[in-house]
Design a binder for this molecule. Structure first.
Ligand code: HH2
Length: 267
């Protein structure tokens, strides 16, 4: 069932390949300006991340990640900018980001990298997004296999939701995400999108992140910055199947598309 008010989560990657110019301060400045533009464009949430989780990406140290993201979170966590989520699997990065004003922990490991993350989210009164990933970013695209991808992702998310609740996170604070592109082939991604309603049926808001991802390039032959039409198509299909939150780079374009979708099939 489509929701009445889809939420747009704008992506801010504070990684060297995103804002690669003259050093730390300029990188942070560019990221903050980018975040403000996304907020002006209609992003309800801004997802700040300092460690790439793309296929093949190498991990970064805690110190490096802290240096990248905390100045950006501090400066974006202001009235009128929207809720800040911190895209991290590291406990100390999440802790510092919550202290700096973030309200959501977006953990692509779903509290597996650092199980104490659950307690931090619980005591901090934060929201969290728990995402499915098979393997780890460096190797996850090497021949991922499932029996039935949708049932396995669903069972994983139910188990992680139970874990979070056992650790004291109120259920109403948990968002779930099937993890498009995280240890999935093209067919796995399409099957998850086609049957997304089965993930929505768990009963928590579903985050959907297909923005500019490789499977769209596989389908269209387009380079990363030419995948906006593919992103829109995937987002609208996910909306129709009940997704609530859309993690995207192209806020204006996806917002317009979702407005049409809401007016047509919105609850
Ligand atoms: N995708 C990426 C990163 N974080 N978090 C959630 N909850 N869902 C996602 O689908 C998701 C995510 C990867 O996307 P991208 O911004 O293209 O790459 P990077 O790893 O450089 O941030």
């Amino acid at each position: 069932m489509p929701v009445a008010d889809p939420i747009l989560m704008g992506v801010i990657n504070v990684t060297p390949d995103s804002f690669s110019d003259g050093g730390r301060f300029l990188d942070a400045h560019a990221a903050v300006e980018h975040g403000k533009r996304l907020a002006d464009a209609g992003a309800d949430m801004l997802d700040v991340g300092g460690e790439s989780t793309r296929p093949g990406a190498e991990p970064v140290s805690e110190a490096e990640e802290l240096e990248r993201v905390i100045p950006v979170v501090e400066r974006l966590a202001q009235p009128g900018v929207g809720r800040i989520s911190i895209d991290t699997t590291k406990l100390e990065v999440a802790r510092a980001a919550l202290q700096a004003g973030a309200r959501v922990v977006n953990d692509v490991s779903a509290f597996r990298h650092d199980p104490e993350m659950a307690g931090l989210v619980a005591s901090g009164g934060a929201d969290c997004c728990l995402m499915h990933m098979l393997g780890e970013p460096r190797t996850m695209q090497r021949d991922p296999r499932y029996g039935d991808v949708v049932s396995e992702v669903k069972a994983f998310l139910e188990e992680r939701l139970s874990f979070a609740v056992r650790e004291g996170v109120p259920e109403r604070r948990v968002l779930l995400d099937p993890g498009i592109g995280f240890g999935k082939t093209l067919d796995h991604n399409l099957e998850l999108l086609r049957r997304l309603a089965e993930i929505v049926a768990i009963g928590r808001p579903v985050v959907f992140g297909a923005s500019r991802k490789r499977f769209l390039g596989r389908l269209t032959g387009r380079a990363e910055d030419e995948r906006v039409p593919g992103t829109i198509a995937a987002s609208v299909l996910a909306y129709e199947r009940g997704a609530s939150i859309f993690r995207v780079h192209d806020v204006v374009e996806v917002r317009d598309a979702l407005r049409v979708a809401v007016a047509t099939v919105g609850a």
